[in-house]
Design a protein. Structure first.
Length: 521
């Protein structure tokens, strides 16, 4: 008789981490939290999983530590590690609820499904656990494999389950996204150690979403193990949100000796199929759920704020002001986790630069998944509450946009007639804009980092304007060099470059002579 499968996330290794030497390890929740101060950080092939794991561990710490005030967080940071007694007490109380294959309380699954599928049961492949794996009619990403061939080890199945609350997107008729709607850009705190990364992610009730319950709510290990199908949820607690049951799932493990198609590890209990249905959702009429790790843009038409999401062709750094800053115009709401770090920054060990990672999944808002986006930023602590500096950075990004429009104007003026448009079809959109913004990524990061020690803001703004002028002109010249050699448009190219140089000068360098860039101060 075969033994029943068991895999307890509290004691069995499944979380990818790197130690101080950069060595990759797999550890259990218990070991990760007890040793977080000795580990460098989380690691997975998919940044979506890293976000899911970080939020899941944060939910456990929120429940175990009950940090209610800034003073609690200050004490935690000064201790430099998570308290052993609180973690052990949590393990005694809830470790049994972390078994992935438990018959009566399977973690992050719905216990009303039978442990084994009936012959007539409707099942789906485990590829549906991951938004970045092709399944059904989804776009094939980097993985070229029939979805029915996927086998997941218990560790990878767990990684998929903890990612669903943050990243589950629309999946066709009746399949709604998770609590944050179409996946937004998540802004996740970093640090020199995993302890710093997770401690910075803890949220006190003062920074909970405004529409949350007064109570924290019930996370997956403390709520009813049955998830109602297509259940409408109007009120949510913060801990509810971090393990939001957007899908009704039941894994069906089978005894086998086969490699996991995601990580390559040989697994005794592999999962090929599962029950997978729509779970809980918030109605469109419900008040906006403002996740503490998400930034929101406030529309000018007076409608509700909208989560900032990845946009095709738009580098994440172009959203820097919206993601990290508080600006005088108040046209955005930055993540509450940053507001909280601002309040306790006097005891943070980061120094002058606070590390963050942004992760987003670009979709069409419906069934198609196109790509994930991952970026790293170091935010000068001085920018946390400096409205003047925030305004300067916003103005710097706006100036970059004006330069791009200038390039477009100069190109269109000389190459918009029918003959040129036919010969150069797609040239501007495929090269000019993409090359321009790609080349500004590192200069912009350096521009921001200089705010950690800047003494002459005027000189900093002048340097940025001069960089924009030179970079934009070089991009335009490179494009004209391609056209002039191949299309017989040499005279047009000469005139276009003169116009481009003139308009770029008027936008970037001429205002420096009259102090135009500093009118906001």
């Amino acid at each position: 008789m075969q033994a029943s499968p068991t895999f307890n996330l509290w004691v069995d290794p499944w979380i990818g981490v790197t130690d101080s030497a950069g060595t990759l390890q797999s550890m259990s929740i218990c070991d990760v939290l007890h040793n977080a101060h000795l580990l460098h950080g989380l690691y997975d092939n998919s940044p979506l999983v890293e976000v899911g794991v970080q939020r899941f561990l944060t939910a456990i710490l929120q429940d175990a530590l009950q940090s209610r005030t800034d003073a609690d967080l200050v004490a935690l940071w000064r201790a430099g590690r998570f308290p052993t007694a609180a973690l052990e007490q949590f393990g005694v109380a809830y470790a049994q609820r972390f078994d992935l294959f438990a018959a009566d309380v399977p973690l992050l699954q719905s216990a009303d499904f039978p442990p084994h599928p009936s012959p007539l049961a409707k099942t789906k492949t485990v590829a549906y656990l991951f938004e970045d794996l092709p399944a059904g009619t989804s776009v094939t990403h980097y993985t070229h494999r029939y979805e029915a061939d996927h086998i997941l080890c218990a560790a990878c199945a767990a990684s998929g389950l903890v990612t669903l609350p943050a990243c589950a997107s629309s999946g066709g008729v009746g399949i709604r996204p998770s609590i944050n709607g179409v996946p937004p850009i998540y802004v996740m705190p970093g640090g020199a150690t995993l302890f710093e990364q997770l401690a910075a992610s803890l949220i006190t009730p003062a920074h909970y979403p405004p529409t949350t319950l007064c109570a924290d709510g019930l996370p997956a290990w403390r709520r009813d193990p049955v998830i109602a199908k297509k259940s409408e949820v109007t009120v949510v607690g913060y801990l509810d949100s971090l393990t939001f049951p957007a899908r009704r799932v039941r894994l069906y493990p089978a005894n086998m000796d086969a490699p996991c198609t995601r990580c390559g590890a040989t697994t005794r209990w592999g999962v090929k199929t599962m029950a997978f249905e729509m779970g809980a959702f918030r109605p469109k009429t419900a008040a906006l759920w403002r996740d503490p790790f998400v930034a929101y843009r406030i529309p000018r038409d007076g409608k509700a704020p909208r989560a900032i999401r990845p946009i095709e062709g738009r580098a994440v750094w172009r959203e820097f002001g919206n993601l990290f800053l508080t600006t005088p115009a108040k046209r955005q709401i930055r993540p509450a986790v940053i507001d909280q770090l601002e309040q306790i920054r006097h005891i943070l060990p980061y120094g002058e630069l606070i590390p963050f990672k942004t992760v987003g999944l670009r979709t069409d808002g419906k069934m198609k998944r196109f790509e994930w986006q991952e970026s790293a930023f170091r935010l000068p602590a001085a920018l946390l509450d400096d409205l003047d500096a925030a305004a300067i950075i916003e103005q710097a990004i706006a100036l970059a946009h004006r330069c791009e429009r200038s390039l477009g104007w100069a190109f269109a003026k000389h190459f918009s007639d029918s003959a040129a448009a036919h010969a150069l079809r797609g040239t501007r959109s495929q090269y000019l804009s993409q090359t321009y913004w790609h080349g500004l990524a590192i200069p912009f990061r350096n521009f921001v980092l200089r705010f950690s020690s800047v003494t002459d803001v005027d000189a900093l703004e002048r340097s940025w304007a001069e960089q924009l002028f030179q970079h934009a002109l070089i991009v335009f010249q490179d494009l004209l060099a391609q056209i002039g050699r191949s299309s017989g448009f040499m005279r047009r190219c000469v005139a276009a470059e003169l116009d481009c140089r003139r308009v770029l000068y008027r936008v970037t360098l001429q205002p420096l002579q009259s102090g135009g860039h500093h009118a906001h101060r």
